[in-house]
Design a protein around this ligand. Structure first.
Ligand code: NAI
Ligand code: MG
Length: 337
């Protein structure tokens, strides 16, 4: 029995997680689910955005599927806390154009690997003088730089990709980003068949807009990776299509890149594809590679056919209708395989 922690969160997080579970039910893989609360509604009820019990459930699970939460100002971020507690140090964000989706580039296929545990998101801020002088500490360690770069190179090897590019700002942040860049090249020595390069993060941003086809794998620190991955999601059709996986040595946490979307929450019109592709990444992580591939291909088919789409993609379908269309396409693919 494989145990999956499920954290729906708030708003459309709940709707898209339901869609993910619907597909997993179809596969009937002997999974057992343990639901756990986090987010704004949880805070309103319990006074905590992420109770210890939720962290415990995620730690005891084989993998965690996370919807999305509404942030609570001044309180702990549930997702940042979970990534840290589970030590899921690599945030993997595939960027892929889908046939049938109106987007800026229709020929992209690369992956952003973002460091998840340190950098400027170490939540180490100080007030030197109230309202006048505040500091955020940027923490970069050799250990974290090494393991994220290894993860990026291993992913390149596994997926048959040619190159890994490191994105940083070592010309200005010589010590912190300098350590990251130097470690990248040390790790690269173990992967002689993978091409390497490094760009400053501002140049990376420009290349993402002018020649994104040249990217295969980008590895970056926490803040840079966060920003570069949203820019990249925008190139291929937006947040409704952007999945992610947080991977560590012991745990895997899978979530769509988007948030709880209060503007459309409760209407059941959210696009479930980002969550379904995240679910596919989870299946892959759990070694259900056949099902992972089927689910990914079925999502691609639904987008290519274009007759069952949620409003963000120009259609009128409900979340569950799109999830249902994915299941129908899985059935068809199973027949033709
Ligand atoms: P958001 O991602 O929730 O929404 C941005 C825009 O994209 C909205 O117009 C929304 O309707 C649309 N959108 C997002 N996902 C969609 C989907 N699956 N289908 C169709 N349209 C979709 O970001 P926003 O509005 O900045 O944040 C809302 C709340 O979510 C905030 O409280 C924020 O802090 C939180 N948040 C949580 C995240 C998480 O749980 N991992 C990540 C990002 C934001
Ligand atoms: Mg972000």
């Amino acid at each position: 029995m494989i145990n999956i922690a499920t954290i729906p969160g708030d708003g459309i997080g709940k709707e898209v997680l339901k869609a993910g579970l619907y597909i997993l039910d179809y596969f009937d893989l002997n999974f057992e689910y343990t639901p756990a609360p986090a987010g704004r509604e949880c805070f309103n009820k319990t006074g905590e955005t992420i109770p210890d019990e939720t962290i415990k459930i995620a730690k005891n699970a084989d993998a965690t599927l996370f919807g999305a939460i509404t942030s609570t100002p001044g309180e702990k971020s549930p997702i940042v806390t979970l990534r840290k507690e589970l030590d899921t140090y690599g945030n993997i964000r595939p960027i892929k154009s889908f046939k049938g989706v109106d987007c800026i580039y229709d020929d992209l296929d690369f992956v952003i690997v973002r460091e998840n545990t340190e950098g400027l998101y170490s939540q180490s801020e100080e007030i030197i003088e109230e309202d006048k002088y505040v500091i955020a500490n940027k923490i970069i360690t050799k250990k974290a730089s090494e393991r994220i770069c290894k993860l990026a190179f291993n992913l390149a090897v596994k997926e048959g990709r040619k190159s890994v590019v490191a994105s940083h700002k070592a010309n200005v942040l010589r010590k912190t980003d300098g350590l990251f860049r130097d470690t990248f090249y040390e790790v690269a020595e173990d992967y002689p068949n993978i091409e390497t390069n490094d760009y400053y993060v501002d140049a990376t941003s420009m290349f993402l807009v002018t020649q994104p086809q040249n990217f295969d794998v980008i590895v970056a620190g926490n803040l840079y990776g966060d920003i570069l991955s949203d820019v990249s999601a925008g190139l291929v059709g937006g947040l409704g299509l952007a999945p992610s996986g947080n991977i560590g040595d012991k745990h895997g946490l899978f979530e769509p890149v988007h948030g709880s979307a209060p503007d459309i929450a409760g209407k059941d019109i959210s696009n479930p594809i980002a969550m379904l592709l995240s679910t596919s990444m989870m299946l892959d992580y759990l070694s259900f590679n056949y099902e992972a591939d089927l689910l990914k291909r079925a999502c691609e088919e639904v987008l290519r056919k274009g007759n069952v789409l949620t409003p963000d993609l120009g259609g009128t379908a409900k979340t569950y209708e799109m999830a249902d269309a994915v299941v129908c396409n899985i059935r068809e693919l199973e027949k033709s395989d």
